[in-house]
Ligand binder design. Sequence first.
Ligand SMILES: Cc1cc2nc3c(=O)[nH]c(=O)nc-3n(C[C@H](O)[C@H](O)[C@H](O)COP(=O)(O)OP(=O)(O)OC[C@H]3O[C@@H](n4cnc5c(N)ncnc54)[C@H](O)[C@@H]3O)c2cc1C
Length: 386
Amino acid sequence: MLLQNKQVAIIGGGPGGLTLARLLQVEGVHVKVYERDPGKNARVQGSPLDLHETSGLAAIRKAGLLDIFRANYMDGADRTTITNPNAEILFSDHEQPGEQTFGDEHFRPEIDRGVLRRILLESLHEDTVIWDSHFISMKPTANGWTLQFKNGHQAFADLVIAADGANSKLRPYVTGIKPFYTGITMLEGHVADAAKNIPGMTAILRGGKIMAFGKNQDILMGQKADGEVGFYASFRTHESWAKTNGLDYNSNESVLEWFRKEYPEWGSQWHELFANATDAFIPRPIYCMPYDQEWEPLPNLTLLGDAAHLMPPFAGEGVNMAMLDALELSEQLLTEANNTLVEAIGIYEKQMRRRASVVAKESTDNGERMHSENALESMLDFFQGK
Ligand SMILES: Cc1cc2nc3c(=O)[nH]c(=O)nc-3n(C[C@H](O)[C@H](O)[C@H](O)COP(=O)(O)OP(=O)(O)OC[C@H]3O[C@@H](n4cnc5c(N)ncnc54)[C@H](O)[C@@H]3O)c2cc1C
């Protein structure tokens, strides 16, 4: 085996990195995950994730975690309601009989990010993840790398996998290619105990998702675990909006005032979201890696997930691609068919880039459609299969 007596370091304990750790560890590979979060109880932010049969779920199945996933996904959270800016319901699939079964390619079960992370963590040997390990740099040592962390610790690895997400610190060791801004920014908010705090919106949400479309601007909402709801105001703006808008992200009043001003055609029903947000708002400018990126494979370093192919979230594919990367990379690293690490990495990277570029383009195109002048009509057509 190519990885016999080798130490593998995965930088980043997101869904991609943890899935790879599991897939390698069950085959006896020595693997450590270095994660900057202080501990396993650090809160995982962001929207819930829908896993797809031939990517995210395929990785879960190969990792032997399908039963625990089935016990923890949010039944019904994939149901979608589309509204106009006045929160009038124009489409809902809540009443449609669903093909709600695992194994069906149209079934996209939703899981809370924190729950997915817990499932993956609990599948690993206890000392696999080294918390509070914020990677800052590395230097070549023998045939591998010496990793340097912010807390002063160092570690050696024969093979390093960059799974450190959108703003990867390892990407520049592989390629100088940088992501481009898509013209869209999302402002993320959360409401705990949503049934009590935002009863109007909870009644429309019905434990699923809301997609509300106006002209060039949207609100997207989704059920999370423990009665929490996550939402995004999503809109076209310039790249530096998040840093120059003067908003106090800790102040619900400040953000609500912004919403009233910037979403003037939207009904007051939406105000309860902003007025009752329970954490600071998080601005998320949306970036994408170029579709035609290429680089030469290295024998001791590769990328997966957002670190490799950051893409907009508008096709719900980012996490699925990250987990499929983990599956395909583990297969190339473990097969007897490859004679060298550079060969295994080269095969993985070639197919990963080709696959991700198609999906990234689709995600960007969806983003354009969802933030267009006629987004509502266009998305209704899409959901009604016209
Ligand atoms: C607003 C928004 C909504 C989204 N919605 C969806 C969706 O519905 N469906 C979907 O499939 N995808 C969605 N995505 C995309 C999805 O979140 C990502 O594609 C996915 O999380 C990528 O997984 P990853 O493991 O590659 O990276 P990440 O999930 O980003 O994980 C990276 C990990 O690395 C750690 N890390 C970062 N830097 C360092 C460092 N220097 N040292 C050590 N550790 C580090 C981080 O703490 C984190 O744990 C969304 C993204 C955004 C921004």
